[in-house]
Ligand binder design. Structure first.
Ligand SMILES: CC[C@H](C(=O)O)C(=O)SCCNC(=O)CCNC(=O)[C@H](O)C(C)(C)COP(=O)(O)OP(=O)(O)OC[C@H]1O[C@@H](n2cnc3c(N)ncnc32)[C@H](O)[C@@H]1OP(=O)(O)O
Ligand SMILES: [Co+2]
Length: 134
């Protein structure tokens, strides 16, 4: 069911500072900031040969990552995103196996314009999993 790792996400308190560190200290190519108000975050993507790193900061009230940053004020690894061929089939299989799909269970459109879902971190060893439709 799982394809490539699409991205590993790091929640940060200051996206501009994190962008500068990846660009200037780590010499990486970093995309322009992408506000995603429907997701309560602003993101940038660090381009790598084999995957991406998503850097994200809260956007607006009620961001889903606000509590995470309160617990981890310096930032931290937030989620891993796997690609799947068929996100609805993956969802149905996961729900049938007892996993919790976050939100209302329906895919939303993510930063790449593809359907995405999130699985509860408590069901997968303390790791928030995002699935993105190939
Ligand atoms: C889709 C656009 C973009 C893209 O790639 O295209 C993105 O990736 S946007 C990413 C931001 N959006 C989301 O993360 C949506 C899914 N996340 C959520 O719904 C929440 O963050 C949730 C429910 C995972 C956690 O919310 P919150 O922290 O407010 O709830 P709790 O405090 O009740 O947390 C419950 C429990 O889970 C632990 N937790 C929370 N976040 C994480 C995490 N990222 N990794 C691991 N564990 C996490 C938290 O510490 C609590 O544990 P407990 O032991 O009960 O204290
Ligand atoms: Co993501």
């Amino acid at each position: 069911m799982l394809g490539r790792v699409n991205h590993v996400a790091i929640a940060v308190p200051d996206l501009a500072a994190a962008t500068a560190a990846y660009r200037d200290q780590l010499g990486a190519s970093v995309s322009q900031p992408q506000p995603l108000p429907e997701h309560g975050v602003t993101v940038v993507f660090v381009g790598l040969p084999n995957a991406k790193v998503e850097l994200l900061e809260p956007l607006g009230e009620g961001s889903p990552i606000a509590a995470f940053l309160t617990k981890n004020p310096d930032g931290g690894m937030h989620h891993i995103c796997y690609e799947v061929d068929d996100i609805l089939a993956a969802r149905d299989h996961l729900v049938a196996s007892g996993a919790r799909v976050l939100g209302n269970g329906e895919p939303k459109i993510g930063a790449h314009g593809k359907s995405v879902l999130f699985l509860h971190p408590k069901d997968f060893f303390g790791t928030l999993i995002e699935l993105e439709q190939l």
